[in-house]
Design a protein around this ligand. Structure first.
Ligand code: NAD
Ligand code: UGA
Length: 441
């Protein structure tokens, strides 16, 4: 009987996932631990200031917090008392060393493995929730068995497929739950423990079990295939603009073929988010590592087209400003990488804004969920210097006042009916009378 679960990493995946498991399994005590004390404090604090914004999340946290969902920085004692340990820490692209700019940085995962080994006094099921390169379980096992020879660790891959902005719904009604385990007696027992947890609310036929490597690779492949659809449609949006075809009509026509399907065919100013780019670059790196250069090049194109789309949209704006940038101001509507999230990691807005600021264009930025400090930090991470040319506004009206052009960057409902006399450039195809819409002739 599983009585206690620990989840290391109280971020966009750990937070919502554990909240939902706590809600569905009231008999299990779940504790989210994180090395960042401010984050833990925020999870314990006011419901309207939780570190992760997701529709429906604060209501669930309100229901289960301090009943069977807890937040702590005491990693040692929580690992020690739990039978299952989920690892949901970040796995960003490496910035230095071998594979810099491409491979996933596993230092946070490795440091979790060391903690788990150090603080475990009884057998543990260790669950890879983070997105990891195929065969990472081998590395984790190596660390665990080197650091702690007294305890048996069973490593399970259970990647997460939720999307931000719809995380709670995605967790309630997952298309599938994937569990990869070893084909050994203890491996099967561990997989069954996870099945028992998920099957309290997920129909059994949607819980798929595979070997560990298929599960690890299926997560990278799923993200790559999703991103590939966006890059495919975005590449065609450029051709539409040249030929008089309309990308939104094209998406509909293509998507009506059941074999293709209608989802994920919305042309945009480019996908953002913390995962698509990093996961594809990781796939490219892995392919090269195994000597599969053609495979690597194929997937790399998905990221290249995405960068091209952001540059293309920016050039359209610069052309419209007729190369007189110094006294021009552009309104940027939307800073997060999509609607209904406060997450701006890898958002197209950051890159478009960087390019505009570097040309001397002034910016007014609005996003209902992203704080000013985050906007400035995002730009400073990209080494943008002239951030004094950017104002972060509190309302849409304030943002639209005295600007020369409006750029719609995310698909929020509130941007659909803006009233303005100036040019509107729509990177999402949501504003019916835009002067320029990505992919429209
Ligand atoms: P995040 O940055 O929001 O959260 C990760 C947390 O882990 C941070 O709070 C960090 O402080 C903590 N952490 C890092 N190392 C730690 C350690 N050694 N001990 C304790 N805490 C530590 O990241 P995220 O967006 O939740 O993503 C986590 C993983 O899930 C990534 O591998 C990502 O690819 C994957 N994923 C993310 C999403 C998503 O929508 N964000 C969806 C599916 C999968
Ligand atoms: C994505 C996947 O959808 C999840 O299944 C996965 O778990 C997650 O990555 C992850 O591993 O992190 P997420 O990035 O949160 O989820 O959001 P998406 O809805 O996939 O959107 C990603 C980006 O693509 C956004 O910038 C979005 O605006 C853009 N997008 C999406 C388009 O430009 N066009 C589309 O048709 C769909």
């Amino acid at each position: 009987m599983i009585k206690e679960i620990c989840c290391i990493g109280a971020g966009y995946v750990g937070g919502p996932t554990m909240a939902v498991i706590a809600l569905k399994c009231p008999e299990i005590k779940i504790t989210l631990v994180d090395k960042n004390p401010e984050k833990i404090k925020a999870w314990q604090g006011p419901l309207d200031r939780l570190p992760v914004y997701e529709p429906g999340l604060s209501e669930i946290v309100n229901e289960v917090r301090n009943k069977n969902l807890f937040f702590s920085t005491d990693i040692e004692s929580v690992i020690s008392s739990s039978q299952i340990i989920f690892v949901a820490v970040n796995t960003p692209t490496k910035t230095e060393g071998e594979g810099a700019g491409m491979a996933a940085d596993l230092k946070y995962v490795e440091s979790c493995a060391i903690d788990i080994a150090k603080f475990s006094k009884s057998d543990k099921i260790v669950v890879e929730k983070s997105t990891l390169p195929v065969r990472t379980a081998e590395k984790i096992k190596e660390i665990l068995s080197k650091e702690n020879k007294k305890v048996n660790f069973e490593i399970i891959s259970n990647p997460e497929f939720l999307a931000e902005g719809t995380a709670i719904n995605d967790l309630f009604k997952s298309d599938r739950v994937l569990i990869g385990g070893e084909d050994t007696k203890s491996g099967k027992i561990a997989v069954n423990e996870l099945i028992k947890i998920y099957s309290t609310w997920i129909p059994r036929e949607k819980i798929l079990t595979t070997n560990v490597w298929s599960s690890e690779l299926a997560k990278l492949a799923s993200n790559a295939m999703l991103a590939q659809r966006i890059s495919s449609i975005n590449s065609l949006s450029a051709l539409c603009e040249k030929t008089g075809a309309d990308i939104f009509e094209l998406s509909k026509a293509i998507g009506m073929d059941k074999r293709i399907g209608p989802h994920f065919l919305n042309a945009s100013v480019g996908f953002g988010g913390s995962c698509f780019q990093k996961d594809i670059l990781n796939l490219v790196y892995l392919s090269k590592y195994y000597g599969l250069y053609e495979v690597a090049e194929y997937w790399h194109q998905v990221v290249k087209i995405n960068d091209y789309q952001k540059v293309r949209f920016t050039k359209k704006i610069l052309d419209a400003l007729k190369n007189e940038f110094k006294n021009k101001t552009v309104a940027i509507l939307g800073w997060a990488f999509k609607k209904n999230t406060n997450d701006s990691r890898e958002s197209a807005s950051i890159y478009v804004s960087k390019m505009l600021l570097e040309k001397g264009v002034k910016l007014k930025v609005f996003d209902p969920l992203v704080e000013k400090s985050k906007v400035l930090a995002d730009l400073s991470n990209l080494k943008v210097k002239n951030t004094e040319d950017l104002i972060v506004c509190k309302t849409i009206n304030q943002t639209l006042d005295q600007v020369d052009l409006v750029a719609i960057m995310t698909e929020s409902e509130e941007y659909k009916n803006i009233k303005t006399e100036v040019l509107v450039f729509d990177g999402r195809g949501i504003y019916s009378s835009a002067d320029y819409t990505i992919g429209k002739p």
